[in-house]
Design a protein around this ligand. Structure first.
Ligand code: HXC
Length: 263
C-alpha cells in the first residue's frame, strides 16, 4: 500500500490535538514496521512502535503485543480494532476453510483485540478524562475508547462478499455489546464503516480495474474516499467531540452503499 505520508493524519493530528504515542500491530513484519516509521516521521515527539508477526486469530500472540506496548508506552487509551481479511468469491467458490478464515480474522480477531486491550481501556487515563471546557474530570467517558472497523457490505446483499458480510455484521454486534457493557465503566465503543477508499489494499483487491472508472462515476460524490476521510472520522470519535457518542456506526462512504448493491 503506497499512501503519501500526509494522507495518514489530518491537520488536527499533525497540529498536536493528539500527540499520543502509538503501537501498530500486524501480521506482516515489513509492512507493520514501515507504517510505524512513516507515522513516526510525521508525529514529532511521539513514540510509534510497530510490532509485526502478530496473528489476531491467536489470543496469546496479540496479548504479548499488548503487554509489550503497555510496558513501553505505559498504557492504552485508544484502540482501533481493524482486523480484516477479504477477497472476492462466490458462495459456490468459497471453501469451508476460506469462510472460516475470514470469520476467524474479522470476528475472532476483533474479539481478541478487545479482550487483550479492554482491561487497559477501563483503567485508561486518556486525555478525554478531563472536560476541556471546565478542566474537570468528565463524568461521561472516563475510560478509554475503542473503534471497530467494519464495512457497509451487509446493509444490503453484496455478491461475492458473503463471508465478509457475515463477519462484519458480527463485528457490529460486538461493538454494540461493548458499548452497553463497558459504557458504565467509562469506555465508549463505536464503529467506522468505510466505503471504497482509494489507495488501500482492500480497494485494489476488490475493485476490478475494468470497472473502476465507471464505479467511481457512479459514486454519489463522484469520487472514492481517501485515507484522510477515515482519519478525520477517527479523530472525531477519539477527540472531545466524540465524548458522548457510544454504540454508534459512523458510515464514511459518501452514501455509496445507498446507491448500489455492490456496497
Ligand atoms: C477463494 C480463497 C482466496 C480467494 C484465500 N482463499 N484467498 N478462496 N478466493 N481469493 C482460501 C484459501 O484457499 C484457503 O482455503 C483459505 O481461504 C485460507 O487461505 P490462506 O491463504 O491459507 O489463509 P490466510 O493466510 O489466513 O489468509 C487469509 C486471507 C488473507 C483472508 C486470504 O490473506 C487476507 O485477507 N488477505 C487480504 C488482506 C486485505 O486485503 N485486507 C483488507 C480487507 S478490506 P482452503 O480451502 O484452500 O484451505 C475490506 C473492506 C471491504 O474487507 C469493503 C470494501 C468496500
Amino acid at each position: 500500500m503506497a499512501v503519501p505520508k500526509s494522507e495518514y493524519l489530518s491537520d488536527s493530528w499533525r497540529d498536536g490535538l493528539f500527540s499520543a504515542n502509538a503501537c501498530i500491530v500486524g501480521r506482516n513484519v515489513e509492512k507493520t514496521e514501515r507504517v510505524a516509521r512513516e507515522i513516526a516521521s510525521v508525529r514529532s515527539g511521539a513514540k510509534v512502535m510497530g510490532i509485526g508477526a502478530v496473528d489476531v486469530r491467536q489470543f496469546d500472540s496479540l496479548k504479548n503485543a499488548v503487554d509489550r506496548c503497555v510496558a513501553e508506552l505505559g498504557g492504552i487509551d485508544y484502540v482501533i480494532a481493524g482486523a480484516a481479511g477479504n477477497f472476492l468469491a462466490s458462495i459456490e467458490q468459497l471453501s469451508v476453510n476460506a469462510f472460516k478464515s475470514v470469520m476467524d480474522i474479522d470476528v475472532l480477531g476483533s474479539y481478541n483485540t478487545l479482550k487483550a486491550t479492554v482491561p487497559h481501556l477501563v483503567t485508561s487515563g486518556g486525555k478525554h478524562r478531563v472536560d476541556s471546557a471546565t478542566n474537570t474530570p468528565s463524568p461521561a467517558g472516563t475510560g478509554g475508547r475503542i473503534i471497530f472497523v467494519s464495512a457497509t457490505l451487509h446493509y444490503t446483499g453484496t455478491p461475492f462478499q458473503s463471508h465478509v458480510s457475515v463477519a462484519k455484521a458480527a463485528v457490529d454486534a460486538l461493538s454494540n455489546s461493548v458499548a452497553i457493557e463497558y459504557g458504565p465503566l467509562g469506555v465508549t465503543s463505536n464503529i467506522i464503516a468505510p466505503g471504497p477508499i482509494a489507495a488501500t489494499e482492500g480497494i485494489e483487491r476488490l475493485l476490478p480495474t475494468d470497472i473502476k472508472e465507471r464505479y467511481v462515476r457512479m459514486q454519489p460524490l463522484g469520487r472514492l474516499g481517501s485515507v484522510r476521510d477515515i482519519a478525520d472520522a477517527t479523530v472525531y470519535l477519539f477527540a472531545d467531540t466524540g465524548s458522548y457518542v457510544n454504540g454508534q456506526t459512523l458510515v464514511v462512504d459518501g452514501a455509496s452503499w445507498r446507491t448500489s448493491v455492490t456496497g
